[in-house]
Design a protein around this ligand. Structure first.
Ligand SMILES: [Zn+2]
Length: 434
């Protein structure tokens, strides 16, 4: 479960922006070319619709079910399913991660902690071979709280505290910290309420109620969502009481009473269960997905090795219990959003890979009891609606042409999401390469 600070992101961004800055003109331009995808079964992000034609122009879905314009490039999608690009609602990412994500049809990653430089934002907005991204900048946490335990250099720790984290837990300090993130470009605010057991550091300092409420209020004062990292039922209830808008994880502890489910449902919070993360935290690897040729053909050896590993932080955890709670939340009307908590490759971060794990997450949501169409909504229209991403997550005229074309029918056989035939980001079709 990575919430580490990613200084390397900026460096990678600069290097890659220099590289791609030189090749920008070689990328396929959306230009004035018109593309018509015909004969497709269409899942529009909410439902399967009767129309079978989508026309794309200038990066935008021009029409659904309309006439095919003269001169349009025709893509015959007979036997295929067209759906909105996937949105991974919990990642820790960089340019390489965004590149892998797009190969798997993830057209938007929602980051959940970490600085994003201006040049990186520009790059994400303009570069067509990486997924789009939104970010909360740095997360609010208690002094010494998660994820500062990953900073084992005292000097770095001291610097982080001085420059990034509020030195004290006061209303003023939290408000100032939140406003600083918004000024730096935060799209939403992330707040960490973590006791430590599920991140491998039991007994971490936890944000107090005054700070929690202050952070939520500061986010709302600037019309930003407040998203809370929680891993226990108690923290989920504290988040609900504080007016948080959504949970960035599921509670991974014991079987829960009706009361917890009801508290979350009545708060109108959404939940990003991150079942792939739970799977890995409980000691199960991502081997089942890594060994799939449709995955292994798209990932580097490093990422495949990492995906085949697991975090194994809390082997006594019971995935069946987590599944039952996800189903209970869903049945209670809580919006469930698909997110993975994928971060980087390597020891301590195993079981997850950008893009690939979204397909695993969909399968785990189905294992928890969601129907295929409900799992697909959790990765498209539901996160778009809850995060206010009104230009995507559905197939409708006027929206961004973030599209995924699949062989087969994921509404019948959910793992068909991995049968990727084509991916468009903002109307530009990704040219397949490893
Ligand atoms: Zn995370």
């Amino acid at each position: 479960m990575d919430n580490r600070f990613r200084g390397i992101i900026g460096i990678t961004a600069i290097i890659i922006s220099i590289f791609f800055g030189g090749c920008k003109n070689k990328q396929p331009a959306p230009a004035d070319e018109v593309t018509a995808i015909i004969n497709a079964k269409i899942f529009d992000g909410e439902n399967v619709i009767d129309d079978t034609t989508v026309v794309i122009k200038d990066g935008i879905i021009q029409s659904v079910g309309g006439e095919i314009p003269e001169g349009a490039v025709i893509i015959d999608a007979a036997g295929k399913t067209l759906m909105p690009g996937l949105i991974d609602s919990h990642t820790h990412t960089d340019v390489d991660g965004l590149k892998d994500a797009l190969k798997f049809g993830v057209t938007t990653e929602l980051a959940m902690n970490g600085r994003t430089t201006k040049s990186e934002r520009k790059q994400v907005a303009e570069q067509n071979d990486i997924a789009d991204m939104r970010s909360p900048e740095m997360a609010v946490t208690a002094p010494g709280g998660h994820p500062t335990q990953y900073q084992n250099s005292i000097l770095i720790k001291a610097l982080r505290w001085l420059t990034a984290y509020p030195p004290k837990e006061t209303k003023e300090a939290e408000t100032k910290f939140v406003n600083k993130q918004i000024a730096a470009g935060a799209d939403y605010i992330k707040i960490i309420i973590e006791e430590g057991a599920f991140v491998g550091y039991p007994g971490l300092p936890v944000l107090n109620d005054e700070s929690l409420t202050a952070a939520v209020e500061a986010a709302h004062a600037k019309d930003k969502l407040a998203i809370a990292h929680i891993t226990t039922a108690e923290s989920a209830q504290r988040a609900a009481a504080a007016g948080v808008d959504g949970l960035a994880h599921m509670f991974f502890d014991n079987p829960q009473t009706r009361e917890v489910i009801d508290d979350i449902a009545s708060s109108n919070m959404f939940v990003i269960p991150t079942l792939t993360a739970a799977n890995s935290i409980f000691g199960n690897s991502g081997e089942v997905i890594a060994s799939d040729e449709r995955v292994s053909s798209k990932l580097s050896e490093e990422w495949l090795a990492s995906l085949s590993d697991s975090m194994n932080i809390y082997p006594e955890g019971d995935l069946g219990v987590v599944f039952a709670n996800v189903k209970a939340l869903h049945d209670a009307g809580v919006d469930i959003l698909a997110g993975t908590d994928v971060s980087e490759a390597g020891e301590g971060y195993g079981g997850l890979a950008h893009g690939a794990s979204m397909h695993h997450e969909l399968q785990l949501l189905a294992a928890a009891g969601l129907r295929p169409i409900e799992a697909l909504r959790a990765a498209t229209s539901v996160p778009a609606k809850r995060f206010g991403l009104n230009d995507r997550g559905r197939i409708a005229a006027g929206l961004r042409a973030d599209l995924l074309l699949l062989d087969g029918d994921p509404l019948v056989n959910l793992s068909d999401t991995l049968n990727i035939s084509a991916v468009w980001r903002g109307g530009v079709q990704l040219t397949a390469k490893k």
